[in-house]
Ligand binder design. Structure first.
Ligand SMILES: NC(=O)c1ccc[n+]([C@@H]2O[C@H](COP(=O)([O-])OP(=O)(O)OC[C@H]3O[C@@H](n4cnc5c(N)ncnc54)[C@H](O)[C@@H]3O)[C@@H](O)[C@H]2O)c1
Length: 268
């Protein structure tokens, strides 16, 4: 039970990696707020968590791109479970086009969810993560425990990926956010780290079909998988275990760090 009685918010937790994170955090003793922009998958994820432990999960339906929604999301954690200790900034989307075809609409959408969403969530969580830690330090000389932020970037962003100017820019921006908030909140003993999934088996990486907005062209997907020494894409649980490490006391003296979870794929 690595996160016994901690309260976590996981964004985009209705499916894929976020859902695996929510379930694993619950298995390890946490209570979670499952955020997603879509209600149906959020309800399914809550049912899965409730099956692991009744009373372990509530849902919040709203976009991380909306600062009012992220304020309400963090407040829901405190109102439902009494605190907020772990923030997992997982929500992310792709809308791929090469630069000469990229629209303002898809640029803004992807930046607003993947990058501004991370900023919105951290700012909205600040009263619970930063201020609570500050109060404990002033009052008791020590924090009760290290609070945690886990951000998401991507091996595709480190490498640079044709067709993903919006996504790679947003994900590399999340490294800047990680290092900056680690520096700002280090004195309050809040740990801020980031994970870069490699190709992971979710709907984001399904072979692209005609007319679909997300997915990867089949040849590109197969070529990328060939470069993975472990010979397979990650499963969402492979990523969730590293998120658990960054959410748990095992990483209490680690902050401002990034790690690739990519089955050994060398980048670039
Ligand atoms: N799958 C991969 O290969 C891969 C690789 C590198 C990084 N990532 C990153 O991992 C994270 C999770 O990706 P995934 O593969 O599980 O994707 P996914 O599409 O399977 O799940 C993402 C979830 O986020 C939700 N979501 C989308 N926009 C949202 C918003 N504005 N507010 C709240 N929720 C929103 C979706 O409804 C969905 O349920 C993302 O940040 C993604 O960029 C994934």
């Amino acid at each position: 039970m690595l996160v016994q009685d901690r309260v976590a918010v996981v964004t985009g937790a209705g499916r894929g990696i976020g859902r695996a994170c929510a379930e694993l955090l619950v298995r390890e003793g946490a209570r979670v707020v499952i955020n997603d922009v879509e209600e149906a998958p959020a309800l399914e994820a809550r049912a899965a968590c409730e099956e692991i432990r009744p009373g372990s999960a509530v849902i919040h339906v709203g976009s991380v791109a909306d600062p009012k929604a992220t304020d309400a999301l963090m407040k829901l954690a405190a109102d439902s479970f009494g605190s907020l200790d772990i923030l997992v900034n997982n929500a992310g989307i792709t809308r791929d086009k090469t630069v000469h075809q990229m629209t303002d609409e898809w640029w803004d959408l992807v930046i607003n969810v993947n990058l501004k969403g991370t900023f919105n969530c951290i700012r909205s969580a600040s009263p619970y993560l930063r201020d609570t830690s500050k109060l404990e330090l002033e009052r008791d000389g020590r924090v009760r425990y290290h609070r945690k932020v886990v951000n998401f970037y991507s091996t595709a962003a480190i490498r640079g990926n044709p067709g993903q100017i919006n996504y790679t820019a947003a994900k590399m921006g999340n490294i800047g956010i990680t290092r900056t908030i680690a520096a700002e909140w280090g004195r309050f003993q809040v740990c801020v780290n980031a994970v870069a999934p490699g190709v992971t088996n979710t709907r984001l990486t399904q072979p692209k079909t005609a007319g679909s907005e997300i997915g990867i062209p089949r040849e590109q997907l197969e070529a990328t998988i060939k470069r993975i020494p472990f010979g397979r894409p990650a499963e969402p649980e492979d990523i969730a275990r590293v998120v658990l490490f960054f959410s748990s006391p095992l990483s209490d003296f680690v902050t401002g760090q990034e790690i690739n979870v990519s089955g050994g794929m060398q980048i670039p």
